[in-house]
Write a protein that binds this ligand. Structure first.
Ligand code: SAM
Length: 352
């Protein structure tokens, strides 16, 4: 169908919301209530599955300003978005980032934003945990793939394990609920998950395991790293009592309760089992490009309409038009023959 046709179709899907604005519903009837906003493509780590060591980052002038990011976020909130996750790159290395958290926190309320959250590598949490809480953040996802400091060094290349541990402690004492996100990597951390579950249980953290996705060129071979979580779950069931639970955080993870620790264990399985049918998300890059699917190349430029007018009208129209093109799902494959990424851009570009 031509884009004009799709656009008409999407407008038909508009549903009434409070003060005349219509919610965002895609052509497959999925309401878009969640945006992940990348505030920078830069990171102070160089995780082996995420980036190559020698990355070229965007010139700072190409980035949306913090005020522009706030304007885009406000437009999405007007259109019914209830959850915003700030991500990157490493979001907490962007200069002045707390200003954005404070302004977005001002939208939290019964008729506005329900949740403002962040995904971080933890390196700056010791510095910012209290301020994040003050801005209205209540949960943080901290990416940590191993509890072994040497392995941590090998995976992150530039990370400092002790700094992350300090950050986790600071998050907890600030009152932030912590979820640890670990990418499951064959032969790297696959025998550590029992220890991580026990550690998370003792520390009061939930844990989510993620399948590695073919996003962007890296230095190594992805087929060497890929570990299907169906296999991991089978192994974990031998040591732990895992119960299916209906708990959801609005993201793609499916959770189980670990009876022995009382903690939750999430699985994000874009490779073995995608959850596209219930996808409620879109992703904004730090340059104002909106990706309607992490695993597809189609995108919409929001920077031009944002800068075209002081009114949000062109921006809102561009958002509706983009949602009318949201695809049904991704079709990731780990291409064993050619070792090519399914999508050329790195996770740090689209925002993890
Ligand atoms: N710097 C922040 C962090 O470390 O959480 C936010 C950005 S990072 C790109 C977000 C998440 O994406 C991290 O948990 C990281 O492990 C994950 N990630 C990066 N590349 C990935 C890939 N190819 N497959 C699966 N997860 C990936």
């Amino acid at each position: 169908m031509c884009s004009a046709g799709l656009y008409r179709q999407a407008t038909l899907f508009k549903t009434p919301k409070g003060q005349g604005m219509s919610q965002l519903v895609d052509p497959f009837g999925r309401r878009i209530s969640y945006i992940r906003m990348s505030v920078t493509d830069r990171c102070d780590f160089r995780c082996v599955y995420c980036m190559s060591e020698d990355m070229t980052f965007l010139p700072k002038k190409d980035l949306l300003t913090l005020e522009e990011l706030e304007r885009v976020a406000s437009a999405f909130i007007e259109l019914g978005v209830e959850k915003i996750r700030i991500t990157g790159g490493e979001p907490l290395v962007r200069k002045g980032i707390m200003t954005l958290f404070h302004s977005l926190g001002g939208h939290i309320g019964p008729d506005g934003l329900k949740e403002l959250t962040v995904t971080t590598n933890g390196s700056q949490l010791a510095r910012y945990a209290d301020e994040l809480f003050a801005a209205g953040v209540r949960r943080v996802n901290v990416s940590l793939d191993t509890l072994d400091p040497e392995k941590f060094q090998a995976i992150t290349r530039w990370g400092k394990f002790d700094k992350v541990m300090e950050g986790l402690a600071a998050a907890q004492s600030a009152g932030l609920a912590v979820k640890i996100n670990a990418v499951a990597l064959k032969d790297v951390n696959e025998h550590e998950f029992d220890a991580m579950i026990a550690w998370c249980g003792d520390s009061g953290y939930d844990l989510t395991l993620i399948e590695t996705m073919p996003l962007g060129d890296i230095d190594g071979d992805r087929t060497d790293q890929y570990l299907p979580l169906s296999l991991v779950r089978g192994r974990l069931k031998k040591s732990w009592t895992l119960e299916d639970i209906p708990y959801r955080t609005g993201g793609p993870a499916r959770y189980m309760k670990i009876a022995e620790t009382g903690g939750k264990l999430g699985f994000i399985t874009p490779m073995t089992h995608n959850f596209c049918e219930s996808c409620n998300r879109v992703r904004l890059t730090c340059t104002g490009t909106l990706y309607m699917c992490l695993g597809q190349n189609d995108a919409a430029d929001l920077k031009t309409p944002l800068r075209a007018s002081e009114s949000n009208e062109p921006l809102v129209e561009a958002i509706y038009e983009a949602i009318s093109r949201k695809p049904k799902g991704h079709d990731f494959v780990i291409d064993r023959e050619h070792n090519k990424p399914a999508v050329a851009r790195h996770m740090s570009v689209t925002g993890g």
